[in-house]
Design a protein. Structure first.
Length: 99
């Protein structure tokens, strides 16, 4: 049986095909890895958004409670000592310009 020698052209073609195959496989693995990373980042971002939306709702409720007119009046009267003005202390001005 006679062995056939590899020619330079055949070796170059084989090396080129091997390099192309390795390159394609490397790109495929990188692409899949990036896809998984993006999916995980997306999931984390969605959880963070839900948590922030919950915080916003809690802050809105807290703001409503703090700005309740009854609470504001109670603080004004009890803590600050404010009282309703006497009728003589109220001054009405006429608007200029016919409005």
């Amino acid at each position: 049986m006679v062995r056939q020698k590899w020619t330079l052209k055949g070796l170059a073609l084989g090396a080129g095909l091997a390099a192309a195959t390795i390159g394609i496989l490397t790109f495929y693995v990188w692409y899949q890895t990036e896809s998984v990373k993006l999916g995980l980042d997306n999931g984390r971002s969605e959880r963070r958004i839900r948590a922030l939306e919950g915080s916003i709702e809690a802050l809105k409720l807290q703001r409503s409670a703090l700005l309740d007119p009854g609470r504001v009046e109670r603080i004004a009267r009890d803590s600050l000592g404010l009282i309703d003005p006497a009728d003589a202390d109220v001054v009405f001005r006429k608007r200029d310009g016919g409005h």
